[in-house]
Design a protein around this ligand. Structure first.
Ligand SMILES: C[S@@+](CC[C@H](N)C(=O)[O-])C[C@H]1O[C@@H](n2cnc3c(N)ncnc32)[C@H](O)[C@@H]1O
Length: 233
Protein backbone atom coordinates (compact mmCIF):
# COMPACT_ATOMS: atom_id res chain seq x y z
CA UNK A 1 0.00 0.00 0.00
CA UNK A 2 1.54 3.34 -1.00
CA UNK A 3 1.67 5.96 1.78
CA UNK A 4 -0.82 8.83 1.85
CA UNK A 5 1.95 11.32 1.01
CA UNK A 6 3.04 9.21 -2.00
CA UNK A 7 -0.54 8.93 -3.29
CA UNK A 8 -1.23 12.66 -2.80
CA UNK A 9 1.96 13.67 -4.61
CA UNK A 10 1.30 11.21 -7.46
CA UNK A 11 -2.11 12.76 -7.98
CA UNK A 12 -0.62 16.31 -8.10
CA UNK A 13 2.00 15.11 -10.57
CA UNK A 14 -0.65 13.52 -12.74
CA UNK A 15 -2.56 16.81 -12.95
CA UNK A 16 0.65 18.72 -13.61
CA UNK A 17 2.10 16.39 -16.27
CA UNK A 18 -1.24 15.60 -17.88
CA UNK A 19 -2.71 19.12 -18.01
CA UNK A 20 -0.83 22.12 -16.60
CA UNK A 21 2.56 21.45 -18.15
CA UNK A 22 1.78 18.98 -20.92
CA UNK A 23 2.49 21.38 -23.79
CA UNK A 24 5.67 22.75 -22.24
CA UNK A 25 6.82 19.19 -21.55
CA UNK A 26 6.04 18.02 -25.12
CA UNK A 27 8.07 20.95 -26.44
CA UNK A 28 10.98 20.49 -24.03
CA UNK A 29 11.30 16.84 -25.06
CA UNK A 30 11.21 17.64 -28.80
CA UNK A 31 13.65 19.46 -31.11
CA UNK A 32 11.48 22.60 -31.22
CA UNK A 33 13.16 25.88 -30.16
CA UNK A 34 12.86 26.76 -26.46
CA UNK A 35 13.93 29.69 -24.25
CA UNK A 36 17.58 29.95 -23.17
CA UNK A 37 16.74 28.74 -19.67
CA UNK A 38 14.80 25.75 -20.96
CA UNK A 39 17.63 24.99 -23.42
CA UNK A 40 19.95 24.51 -20.41
CA UNK A 41 17.40 22.13 -18.90
CA UNK A 42 17.09 20.23 -22.19
CA UNK A 43 20.90 19.93 -22.43
CA UNK A 44 21.10 18.71 -18.81
CA UNK A 45 18.36 16.17 -19.37
CA UNK A 46 20.05 14.92 -22.57
CA UNK A 47 23.30 14.50 -20.60
CA UNK A 48 21.48 12.69 -17.78
CA UNK A 49 19.72 10.31 -20.17
CA UNK A 50 23.05 9.54 -21.90
CA UNK A 51 24.68 8.95 -18.50
CA UNK A 52 21.99 6.53 -17.33
CA UNK A 53 22.01 4.68 -20.66
CA UNK A 54 25.81 4.34 -20.40
CA UNK A 55 25.32 2.47 -17.07
CA UNK A 56 23.38 -0.26 -18.91
CA UNK A 57 24.96 -2.99 -21.06
CA UNK A 58 25.49 -1.78 -24.64
CA UNK A 59 23.63 -4.83 -25.97
CA UNK A 60 20.29 -5.07 -24.20
CA UNK A 61 18.93 -7.94 -26.32
CA UNK A 62 16.66 -10.18 -24.31
CA UNK A 63 16.71 -7.90 -21.25
CA UNK A 64 13.51 -6.57 -19.69
CA UNK A 65 13.66 -2.91 -18.73
CA UNK A 66 11.13 -0.81 -16.82
CA UNK A 67 11.13 2.91 -17.64
CA UNK A 68 9.42 4.11 -14.46
CA UNK A 69 7.75 7.48 -15.06
CA UNK A 70 8.74 7.47 -18.74
CA UNK A 71 7.18 10.81 -19.79
CA UNK A 72 7.42 11.11 -23.58
CA UNK A 73 9.60 8.00 -23.68
CA UNK A 74 13.00 9.20 -24.94
CA UNK A 75 14.95 6.76 -22.74
CA UNK A 76 12.61 3.89 -23.64
CA UNK A 77 13.14 4.43 -27.36
CA UNK A 78 16.92 4.33 -26.98
CA UNK A 79 16.81 1.21 -24.78
CA UNK A 80 14.52 -0.54 -27.30
CA UNK A 81 16.87 0.46 -30.12
CA UNK A 82 19.60 -1.35 -28.18
CA UNK A 83 17.50 -4.49 -28.01
CA UNK A 84 15.64 -4.23 -24.69
CA UNK A 85 12.06 -5.37 -24.14
CA UNK A 86 10.75 -2.17 -22.58
CA UNK A 87 7.74 -1.60 -20.36
CA UNK A 88 7.29 2.16 -20.08
CA UNK A 89 4.78 3.49 -17.58
CA UNK A 90 3.56 6.95 -16.65
CA UNK A 91 0.61 8.39 -14.73
CA UNK A 92 -0.04 10.91 -17.52
CA UNK A 93 -2.23 9.42 -20.29
CA UNK A 94 -1.41 12.41 -22.53
CA UNK A 95 2.35 11.89 -22.25
CA UNK A 96 1.92 8.16 -22.89
CA UNK A 97 -0.10 9.04 -26.03
CA UNK A 98 2.75 11.26 -27.17
CA UNK A 99 5.33 8.56 -26.40
CA UNK A 100 3.36 6.03 -28.46
CA UNK A 101 3.16 8.51 -31.36
CA UNK A 102 6.91 9.18 -31.22
CA UNK A 103 7.68 5.47 -31.09
CA UNK A 104 5.68 4.82 -34.26
CA UNK A 105 8.37 6.50 -36.32
CA UNK A 106 10.80 3.78 -35.23
CA UNK A 107 10.32 0.26 -36.48
CA UNK A 108 10.66 -1.57 -33.17
CA UNK A 109 7.55 -3.76 -33.13
CA UNK A 110 6.92 -5.65 -29.92
CA UNK A 111 9.78 -4.08 -27.99
CA UNK A 112 7.90 -1.13 -26.52
CA UNK A 113 4.93 -1.57 -24.24
CA UNK A 114 3.60 1.82 -23.10
CA UNK A 115 1.23 1.79 -20.12
CA UNK A 116 -0.73 4.36 -18.16
CA UNK A 117 -0.46 3.79 -14.42
CA UNK A 118 1.69 3.75 -11.32
CA UNK A 119 5.31 2.65 -11.63
CA UNK A 120 4.90 0.57 -8.43
CA UNK A 121 2.16 -1.62 -9.90
CA UNK A 122 3.14 -5.23 -9.06
CA UNK A 123 1.42 -6.62 -12.14
CA UNK A 124 4.15 -5.18 -14.38
CA UNK A 125 6.31 -8.18 -13.52
CA UNK A 126 10.05 -8.59 -13.08
CA UNK A 127 12.84 -6.69 -14.78
CA UNK A 128 16.58 -6.93 -15.37
CA UNK A 129 16.89 -3.16 -15.15
CA UNK A 130 14.65 -0.43 -13.77
CA UNK A 131 15.29 3.22 -14.62
CA UNK A 132 13.47 6.13 -12.94
CA UNK A 133 14.86 9.30 -14.48
CA UNK A 134 13.62 12.41 -12.65
CA UNK A 135 10.35 10.70 -11.75
CA UNK A 136 11.04 10.32 -8.01
CA UNK A 137 12.44 13.83 -7.48
CA UNK A 138 9.06 15.22 -6.36
CA UNK A 139 8.56 12.61 -3.60
CA UNK A 140 9.71 12.87 0.02
CA UNK A 141 12.85 10.91 0.88
CA UNK A 142 10.86 8.32 2.90
CA UNK A 143 8.59 7.73 -0.11
CA UNK A 144 11.59 7.55 -2.48
CA UNK A 145 13.16 4.82 -0.30
CA UNK A 146 9.87 2.91 -0.09
CA UNK A 147 9.39 3.16 -3.87
CA UNK A 148 12.94 1.86 -4.40
CA UNK A 149 12.22 -1.01 -2.02
CA UNK A 150 9.11 -2.01 -4.02
CA UNK A 151 10.97 -1.72 -7.33
CA UNK A 152 14.04 -3.51 -5.93
CA UNK A 153 11.99 -6.62 -5.16
CA UNK A 154 11.43 -7.16 -8.86
CA UNK A 155 14.81 -6.03 -10.17
CA UNK A 156 17.33 -8.72 -11.14
CA UNK A 157 20.37 -6.59 -11.91
CA UNK A 158 20.26 -2.82 -11.44
CA UNK A 159 18.00 -0.01 -10.37
CA UNK A 160 18.94 3.41 -11.74
CA UNK A 161 17.26 6.55 -10.45
CA UNK A 162 17.81 10.24 -9.91
CA UNK A 163 17.28 12.50 -6.93
CA UNK A 164 17.53 16.26 -6.50
CA UNK A 165 20.67 16.89 -4.46
CA UNK A 166 20.28 19.25 -1.51
CA UNK A 167 22.62 22.10 -2.44
CA UNK A 168 22.65 25.87 -1.90
CA UNK A 169 22.11 26.36 -5.64
CA UNK A 170 19.00 24.20 -5.71
CA UNK A 171 17.60 25.94 -2.64
CA UNK A 172 18.04 29.24 -4.48
CA UNK A 173 16.42 27.92 -7.67
CA UNK A 174 13.63 26.58 -5.58
CA UNK A 175 13.04 29.99 -4.02
CA UNK A 176 13.07 31.57 -7.51
CA UNK A 177 10.53 29.00 -8.69
CA UNK A 178 8.17 30.11 -5.93
CA UNK A 179 8.03 33.58 -7.51
CA UNK A 180 6.08 32.20 -10.49
CA UNK A 181 2.28 32.37 -10.36
CA UNK A 182 0.86 29.46 -8.41
CA UNK A 183 -0.98 27.94 -11.38
CA UNK A 184 2.20 27.52 -13.46
CA UNK A 185 4.25 26.06 -10.68
CA UNK A 186 5.44 22.50 -10.76
CA UNK A 187 4.84 20.42 -7.64
CA UNK A 188 7.81 21.07 -5.37
CA UNK A 189 11.02 19.15 -5.90
CA UNK A 190 12.14 17.40 -2.70
CA UNK A 191 15.90 17.77 -2.37
CA UNK A 192 17.64 15.04 -0.40
CA UNK A 193 21.19 14.62 0.90
CA UNK A 194 23.09 11.48 -0.05
CA UNK A 195 23.50 10.75 3.67
CA UNK A 196 19.74 10.74 4.31
CA UNK A 197 19.13 8.64 1.25
CA UNK A 198 21.80 6.08 2.24
CA UNK A 199 20.31 5.87 5.75
CA UNK A 200 16.79 5.30 4.43
CA UNK A 201 17.95 2.75 1.84
CA UNK A 202 19.87 0.85 4.55
CA UNK A 203 16.60 0.49 6.50
CA UNK A 204 14.77 -1.21 3.61
CA UNK A 205 15.14 -4.97 3.87
CA UNK A 206 14.42 -5.68 0.22
CA UNK A 207 17.34 -3.41 -0.72
CA UNK A 208 19.89 -5.26 1.42
CA UNK A 209 21.08 -7.38 -1.57
CA UNK A 210 21.92 -4.13 -3.41
CA UNK A 211 24.87 -1.78 -3.10
CA UNK A 212 25.13 1.87 -4.16
CA UNK A 213 27.44 1.27 -7.09
CA UNK A 214 27.61 4.61 -8.89
CA UNK A 215 26.66 8.23 -8.38
CA UNK A 216 26.95 11.13 -10.80
CA UNK A 217 25.70 14.70 -10.54
CA UNK A 218 24.69 16.57 -13.69
CA UNK A 219 24.45 20.37 -13.59
CA UNK A 220 23.42 22.45 -16.58
CA UNK A 221 21.96 25.92 -15.95
CA UNK A 222 18.58 25.34 -14.31
CA UNK A 223 18.94 21.55 -14.40
CA UNK A 224 20.52 19.84 -11.42
CA UNK A 225 20.05 16.15 -10.74
CA UNK A 226 21.98 13.27 -9.23
CA UNK A 227 21.99 9.81 -10.79
CA UNK A 228 22.49 6.76 -8.57
CA UNK A 229 22.79 3.06 -9.26
CA UNK A 230 21.68 0.33 -6.90
CA UNK A 231 23.22 -2.90 -8.18
CA UNK A 232 22.71 -6.45 -6.90
CA UNK A 233 25.90 -7.58 -5.22
C1 LIG B 1 10.19 15.02 -14.82
S1 LIG B 1 9.24 13.85 -15.71
C2 LIG B 1 10.49 12.78 -16.37
C3 LIG B 1 10.00 11.92 -17.51
C4 LIG B 1 11.04 10.98 -18.13
N1 LIG B 1 11.57 10.02 -17.17
C5 LIG B 1 12.16 11.78 -18.71
O1 LIG B 1 13.22 11.88 -18.09
O2 LIG B 1 11.95 12.33 -19.80
C6 LIG B 1 8.53 12.86 -14.42
C7 LIG B 1 7.50 11.89 -14.92
O3 LIG B 1 7.21 10.94 -13.90
C8 LIG B 1 5.84 10.64 -13.94
N2 LIG B 1 5.47 10.06 -12.63
C9 LIG B 1 5.56 10.63 -11.41
N3 LIG B 1 5.16 9.78 -10.45
C10 LIG B 1 4.82 8.63 -11.07
C11 LIG B 1 4.33 7.37 -10.60
N4 LIG B 1 4.13 7.16 -9.32
N5 LIG B 1 4.08 6.40 -11.51
C12 LIG B 1 4.27 6.63 -12.84
N6 LIG B 1 4.72 7.81 -13.34
C13 LIG B 1 5.01 8.80 -12.47
C14 LIG B 1 5.20 11.98 -14.28
O4 LIG B 1 3.89 11.84 -14.79
C15 LIG B 1 6.19 12.55 -15.30
O5 LIG B 1 5.85 12.21 -16.62
Amino acid sequence: MPSATYAARRSQLQTYFDRTAVEAWARLTSDAPVSRIRATVRAGRDAMRAELLSWLPEDLSGRRLLDAGCGTGALSLEAARRGAQVVAIDVSPTLIGLARERSRELALPGRLDFRVGDMLDESLGRFDHVVAMDSLIHYRSADIARALAVLGRRTETSLLFTVAPRTALLTLMHAAGRLFPRGDRAPAIEPVTERTLRRRIAREESLSPFGLARSRRITSGFYLSNALELARR
